[in-house]
Design a binder for this molecule. Structure first.
Ligand code: AMP
Length: 395
């Protein structure tokens, strides 16, 4: 079966065509600057990337260009669109309505639209992508895979906030968590890689990318996660603040004469390690600045690692123990000095790091020593493959 995986944002769209039998990627790429000017990146497996600058006023036109590239006579990955058996769509917010992936019927689309309030930047864009695909491929089954679904197993004590209960009743204000597809994929792969029975396991997944979150997975089910109603809560991220005293919003708004949306914009886009370091949100730049002794970059890296370590510690308490910790995503898979900084705090768990193994990048690797009481590993995430698998499983 060939599955087209679509991750549609407000002005960009990532895609992969995956053969679900071999799990090989047949072609992949992205559309950027949709509605601005437009650029298509397309890469058939084994060939170089092709970049085409072309007008893409709407998402429908962007997807049409992707489909044209996939069936292109010279560099296409398939002969005709009939070879696309299904489309798997990433959907950011499924609220409390979706605890699992689902076939995208008209009723389901209406229910997703009802969650738009909870993710105003993401869900409308996801829906635009779904509707464009439906128009262009009306007979191809479509599946929605939700970032929030994996976390729906959290108990009330983990998802309720300490605010008047009416806000949960009226508006469903609660912790939802994100990166669920990644936390699910990585926790399963971690158990498999370590030869553990996932149904009797306590795993902490640290998904450390530009957006970052930690989750506690007990017996294969998420019991807590660091992101909340929105992806702003939890860890210090590339440009997001993560946890802070809510009073800071009012304080900064008054001092700087800013509106609430303006303060929110700062917390989402100008904070995190970028705001702290004044260097970059990218850990490759931060590592270089750290090595040069840049004080603000050192602060940012230390605050980032300390926050991750504190979350891991709290999730050991939440699960009354931990068997394995898995690092994933851009920083988790590649940035060894940050992993080492985090693990330094966790000696009390009987964790010892294998410094040589910790040099690994982007491959399943155990980075704890054989006598470490808790296994620590790198598990590369693959959200597209996870979406492909979910799509096939559902169909
Ligand atoms: P992500 O959001 O998962 O793509 O992660 C992006 C973060 O991973 C950035 O801070 C990058 O600096 C960091 N990173 C470090 N090394 C690499 C690498 N070799 N490839 C991709 N991202 C990397």
């Amino acid at each position: 079966m060939n599955v087209l995986v679509i991750n549609c944002g407000s002005s960009s769209l990532k895609y992969q065509l995956i053969n679900s039998d071999t799990e090989n990627v047949l072609a992949k790429g992205l559309c950027e600057r949709i509605g601005i000017d437009g650029r298509l990146v397309y890469q058939k497996a084994g060939l170089d990337k092709e970049i085409t600058e072309a007008d893409m006023p709407t998402h429908k036109q962007a997807i049409q260009m992707v489909l044209d590239a996939l069936v292109n006579e010279k560099t296409g990955a398939i002969a005709s669109l009939a070879e696309i058996d299904a489309v798997g769509h990433r959907v950011v917010h499924g609220g409390e309505k979706f605890a699992a992936s689902t076939i995208l019927t008209d009723e389901v689309l209406a229910a997703i639209e009802e969650c738009n309030d909870l993710a105003p930047l993401h869900n409308p864009a996801n829906l635009i992508g779904i509707n464009a695909c439906k128009e262009l491929m009306p007979n191809t089954p479509m599946v929605g895979v939700f970032d929030t679904a994996f976390h729906q197993t959290m108990p009330k004590k983990a998802y309720l906030y300490g605010i008047p209960y009416e806000y949960y009743e009226k508006y469903k204000v609660r912790r939802y968590g994100f990166h669920g597809t990644s936390h699910s994929f990585v926790s399963k792969r971690c158990a498999e890689f370590l030869g553990m029975d996932i149904n009797h396991s306590k795993i902490i997944v640290a998904h450390l990318g530009n957006g970052a979150s930690v989750s506690a997975v007990k017996d294969g089910k998420c019991v807590d996660t660091s992101m909340g109603l929105t992806p702003l809560e939890g860890l210090v991220m590339g440009t997001r603040s993560g946890d802070l005293d809510p009073s800071i919003l009012e304080f900064i708004a008054q001092k700087e004469n800013l509106t609430l949306p303006e303060v929110m914009d700062i917390l989402n886009k100008k904070s995190g390690v970028q705001g702290m370091s004044r260097v970059s949100s990218d850990f490759r730049d931060l590592e270089a600045a750290y090595d040069e002794g840049n004080e603000l970059a050192i602060n940012a890296c230390e605050v980032f690692a300390y926050r991750v370590a504190k979350y891991i510690g709290s999730y050991v308490a939440a699960m009354n123990g931990v068997d394995a910790i898995a690092f994933t995503a851009g920083i988790g898979e590649n940035t060894s000095f940050i992993r080492a900084m985090i693990l330094e705090y966790l000696g009390y768990l009987g964790i010892t790091m294998d410094a040589e193994a910790n040099k690994a990048r982007g491959v399943d690797t155990i980075i704890s020593t054989p006598d470490s009481k808790v296994k620590v590993c790198i598990i590369p995430t693959n959200e597209e493959l996870a979406i492909c698998r979910e799509t096939v499983a559902l169909l």
